[in-house]
Design a protein around this ligand. Structure first.
Ligand code: SF4
Ligand code: SF4
Length: 177
């Protein structure tokens, strides 16, 4: 018995590092569209995209606030992209504990990119003058598990291991989150 097919829309922003000139228009428009009320202020510190800049080395790396992860840093690695060198710090600014990127200045709460959910196309992409940021949408199809199938699977687990063991396992899994 096959489950129903479910369509998910995957939205991405592609970054062409070579072209970024550090103008920061993306930061300005992002902070403006997320101001309350909308467009009432511009403060790059509230932007969900931040351009990590090292002008002496001609490095400009626009980074969006996506899911958080912790990272240790030895700060010595160098990445080569299209034959240009980028220092490790340019990419790790989002997670580096020594930086204060992506925190709401007043409350300290984390900021997160919502892909400008009310807009047809993300505003940072629209504002970027050099085509550094481009937007893509793709439909992903996945099979949805029918409730009936789930019950059959659970029943066979309960038959095999007993209700208590299955319940304990679910409780452990939900704690790991
Ligand atoms: S997609 Fe929207 S919310 Fe995300 S960084 Fe760009 S302007 Fe900000
Ligand atoms: S608007 Fe485009 S060119 Fe300007 S800093 Fe942002 S990504 Fe770079």
């Amino acid at each position: 018995m096959k489950g129903e097919l479910k369509k998910n829309k995957v939205r991405r922003i592609i970054v062409n590092l070579d072209k970024c000139n550090g103008c920061r228009a993306c930061e300005l428009v992002c902070s403006a569209v997320h101001a309350k009320p909308k467009y009432s202020s511009i403060n790059p510190a509230r932007s969900r995209i931040q351009v990590v800049m090292d002008p002496l080395n001609d490095e400009y790396v626009p980074i969006r606030a996506c899911d958080y992860s912790k990272a240790g840093c030895d700060g010595r690695r160098v990445y080569m992209i299209n034959e240009k060198k980028y220092s490790e710090c340019s990419f790790c600014g989002t997670v580096c504990p020594t930086r204060d990127l992506f925190k709401e200045p007043d409350s300290g709460l984390p900021l997160k990119c919502d892909m400008c959910e009310d807009e047809k196309e993300p505003l940072c992409v629209q504002a970027c003058p050099d085509g550094v940021l481009t937007y893509e949408e793709e439909e992903e199809v996945e099979e949805e598990v029918k409730p009936g199938e789930m019950e059959i699977g659970l029943k066979s687990l309960v038959d095999k291991y007993g209700l208590q063991k299955v319940a304990d396992t679910f409780a452990r899994m939900s704690q790991k989150g």
